[in-house]
Design a protein around this ligand. Structure first.
Ligand SMILES: N[C@@H](CCC(=O)O)C(=O)O
Length: 263
């Protein structure tokens, strides 16, 4: 494998672009190929077998494109399929999991909230991690049903989305959480709306920076970090609508390529 080969990132849709941004910020010399499987979103309501099959399809495409490392920028795909992917593909694979550990360690109230998909919250991997770090912590888990669809449709500011968000936060507000963990890579796109609905003392955390840092560590350890200037623009592919994706990554302002691809 060559240092100049691309990093491959996939998500069930546009949400993983929140992870892409952190990776691109930390590793600007890396060429990145991003797959948005928006046609099959949301993954969170699918069975573990379906999530594995879709994750296999996406990883296979990125491996065939010569990617030197794959980032599963989707909590639902990571928690349901990463063990299988690592067994199946001979390429380093980095996943994303809800940042429960820092929330649990830093919570003063000892009550934290986690907003994620049904697929993530019901996965074995999530349950194991959560049990490990939340011994003396109350965890209020809420399935963000409907939020991925809203973001995929570019409706973050729609009154229906805001009402839904308000309803989803109710159980967490009632228990006075002081940390909200965003356990889905789509949700960082709702941070401005969440800030308006939550008291100031509530810290909102996601896993984007951690994934970027981990990517750098792994590439360095394998001597695969690209150190040469590189002129290839990050390449995004979607199998649905390019408009929302282009808007989220500000493709007009940034020098990014967005194309339609049937995959
Ligand atoms: N990006 C989402 C995928 C959710 C979905 O498609 O339901 C995640 O991190 O879980």
């Amino acid at each position: 494998m060559n240092k100049t080969n691309p990093i491959g990132i996939f998500d069930s849709g546009v949400g993983g672009t929140s992870i892409f941004k952190e990776v691109h910020r930390l590793l600007p010399l890396e060429h990145i190929i991003y797959l948005a499987d928006s046609k099959n979103a949301p993954y969170g309501e699918r069975s573990a077998a379906e999530i594995m099959e879709l994750s296999h399809k996406n990883t296979s495409k990125l491996v065939k494109a010569g990617c030197k490392l794959i980032i599963v920028a989707c909590n639902t795909a990571t928690t349901n399929a990463i063990t299988y992917l690592r067994k199946t593909f001979d390429v380093p694979i980095i996943g994303i999991e809800p940042a429960i550990k820092p929330a649990a360690l830093n919570s003063k109230n000892k009550v934290i909230g986690i907003l994620a998909t049904k697929g993530t919250l019901s996965s074995e991997l999530f349950t194991k991690t959560s049990d490990l770090f939340t011994k003396n912590i109350e965890v209020i888990e809420v399935v963000g049903k409907g939020l991925v669809e809203a973001i995929e449709a570019g409706k973050e500011n729609d009154p229906v989305t805001l009402k839904l968000l308000e309803k989803l936060l109710q159980p967490m507000l009632a228990k006075e959480i002081d940390y909200l963990v965003l356990g889905c890579s789509h949700y960082p796109y709702l941070i401005p709306q969440l800030k308006k609905l939550l008291p100031k003392k509530v810290n909102i955390i996601d896993s984007g920076r951690g994934v970027a840092r981990q990517t750098k560590i792994v590439l360095k350890s394998l001597d695969l970090l690209n150190e040469e200037p590189q002129f290839k623009k990050p390449q995004f592919y979607t199998n649905k609508d390019i408009k929302v994706l282009a808007h989220l990554i500000e493709a007009g302002k940034n020098n990014f390529n967005v194309s339609y691809l049937d995959f």
